[in-house]
Write a protein that binds this ligand. Structure first.
Ligand code: APR
Length: 241
């Protein structure tokens, strides 16, 4: 554990962080996105079977980013990042760019990013704003049909696991925002942090989740209200301690 004056803070965020910006969550209400089961558009098997459908699904979501803006919760987390006196790491499962647009820098996208694509042939990873078609050639190796969204699908290994595990070794405050806690390994981070000695684990969510019992504090409400309030409390606590 780090010194009390320089506490290590790790944040895990999920779809609930961006919900009030207008980005659809994964498991709200009927658990469907755009009329598809997640498994039909978010697996490597789906991409092999129906690449056009999968590309279309992510094209819609990438284009949708142009219509949304960061909300008060994204902005509060950036305030926290800038003012926090100790170690800070924000791990997001979200594939949108709202944290960056709010000014986040110490951010890891463990499930990839909508605005990146990668080539399954030459392995180039490229920034991407436009639609992706099955006929789009890779700008690096010029192969056709090899570009895919740089999204971690079900059955694939999330990014940055080594860095995240390292951060969880010494975390003093673990803050989890807007995730249902059903997708591993992210769903296991709170428990892991507690096992490593983290004493303060805070969950912010509209509702209790399947991992709520791993937290020492639970705050139920919209992220845009609860996160700014919590950020002010954490900053006051860090100054006082
Ligand atoms: N404020 C706080 N929490 C909210 C809000 C809000 N305004 N709106 C929704 N939530 C909560 C919901 O109660 C739910 O617990 O956010 C959570 C969203 O859960 P999911 O839709 O399951 O999203 P997430 O947990 O991010 O999904 C994890 O699953 O499909 C994969 O890779 C995908 O990254 C995703 C992962």
């Amino acid at each position: 554990m780090a010194s009390l004056t320089h506490p290590q803070l790790v944040i895990l965020s999920g779809a609930g962080l961006s919900a009030e910006s207008g980005v659809a969550t994964f498991r709200a209400a009927d658990g469907l996105w755009e009329g598809h089961r997640i498994e039909d558009v978010a697996t490597p098997e789906a991409f092999m079977r129906v690449p056009g459908l999968v590309q279309h699904f992510y094209n819609l979501r990438r284009a949708g980013l142009k219509t949304v803006e960061p909300n008060a919760a994204h902005r509060a987390l950036v305030r926290l990042e800038k003012a926090w006196p100790g170690g800070f790491l924000h791990v997001t499962q979200n594939v949108d760019d709202l944290n960056e647009r709010a000014g986040a820098a110490r951010l890891l996208h463990m499930h990839g990013q909508l605005k990146k694509v990668r080539c399954t042939d030459c392995r180039a990873v490229l920034g991407w704003e436009a639609d992706l078609e099955v006929t789009t050639p890779c700008p690096e190796c010029e192969q056709v049909g090899k570009l895919r969204p740089d999204i971690v699908w079900f059955g694939e290994m999330p990014y940055y696991i080594a860095e995240i595990m390292r951060a969880l070794e010494t975390v003093d405050i673990f803050l989890c925002i807007g995730t249902s806690g059903v997708v591993y390994p992210a769903a296991g981070f709170a428990r892991l942090a507690a096992e490593k000695g983290c004493q303060r684990l805070i969950e912010v969510n509209l509702d209790p989740t399947s991992i709520s019992s791993h937290f020492t504090e639970r705050r139920h409400g919209p992220a845009s209200i609860e996160v700014p309030r919590l950020v002010e409390e954490l900053l006051a606590y860090s100054v006082a301690s």
